[in-house]
Design a protein around this ligand. Structure first.
Ligand code: ZN
Ligand code: FE
Length: 261
């Protein structure tokens, strides 16, 4: 059983999620870009690293693998095909990853990178379903398109948007306030968004993480999941200077706007 999921801060705005097993010292970390804060966390809490989950090949998600696996005999699960060194278990769409008695299914979510995957567990023994989504879905935003196309990313985000609304969403970066600023520019009249902006700002003032988010909250406040809403379509129109032809064009216009926001 999973007991806790704790954010280990890394670099300037990454979270390395540490998943603990009930009744043991075992811990799994997700996307350890840096080994040092993970080792400090394990030592301070007398824990042992048993597992690493990797969502994509970027160094801020993989940089700690070598040092961590030198110290601990951890299983390293990551995407295939892959340029990542140190993966022991390659996975693809639909594969199941057993972790502390729970099954996580692998969802391929290309867009930010081509190899990007997410890990989802809807075990009824859990309080709420769990999603580790790396740099694909962020609180009130989404990852930049470094390798994929807008249509790819939009399909990937649609897969995540279709998960159980109560799902806890564990993203890898604390980008929430900047994302909300953009979201409010795209949807100034969205009341849920205005409320969220205030709630998340007070969390940051108290130095608390704004994560995890939930699928339900993202559906209500994340413009990248709201490309069929009239307000978002109007914002895309303003960016394009013409009517967007379809949902993908709305998404694409939003993403391009956010890149220079
Ligand atoms: Zn990345
Ligand atoms: Fe990243």
């Amino acid at each position: 059983m999973i007991s806790t999921i704790h954010p280990i801060p890394a670099f300037s705005d990454n979270y390395i999620w540490a998943v603990s097993e009930t009744g043991s010292n075992n811990v799994c970390v997700v996307d350890p870009g840096d080994a040092t804060p993970v080792i400090q966390y394990l030592n301070a809490n007398h824990l042992v690293l048993s597992d690493i989950l990797i969502t994509h090949h970027h160094p801020d998600h993989t940089g700690g693998i070598a040092e961590l696996t030198r110290r601990y005999p951890a299983r390293v699960t990551g995407p295939k095909p892959s340029a990542i060194t140190g993966i022991t278990d390659y996975v693809a769409e639909g594969n199941l990853v057993e972790l502390f008695g729970h099954s996580f299914s692998v969802i391929e979510v290309p867009g930010h990178t081509l190899d990007h995957i997410a890990f989802y567990c809807a075990d009824t023994e859990l309080d709420k379903p769990i999603l580790f989504c790396g740099d694909t879905l962020f609180a009130a935003g989404c990852g930049r398109l470094f390798e994929g196309t807008p249509i790819m990313m939009q399909e990937s985000l649609s897969k995540l948007a279709a998960l159980d609304p109560s799902t806890n969403v564990y993203c890898t970066h604390e980008y929430t306030l900047a994302n909300l600023k953009f979201a409010l520019a795209a949807e100034p009249d969205n009341l849920a968004l205005q409320r969220r902006n205030q709630a998340e700002a007070s969390k940051r003032e108290a130095n608390l993480p704004t994560l995890p988010s939930s699928v339900e909250l993202e559906l209500a406040t994340n413009p990248f999941l709201r490309c069929t809403q009239q307000t978002v379509i109007r914002s895309a129109y303003a960016q394009l200077g013409r009517d967007p032809k379809n949902e993908v064009e709305v998404f694409s216009a939003l993403r391009a706007w956010k890149d220079t926001f």
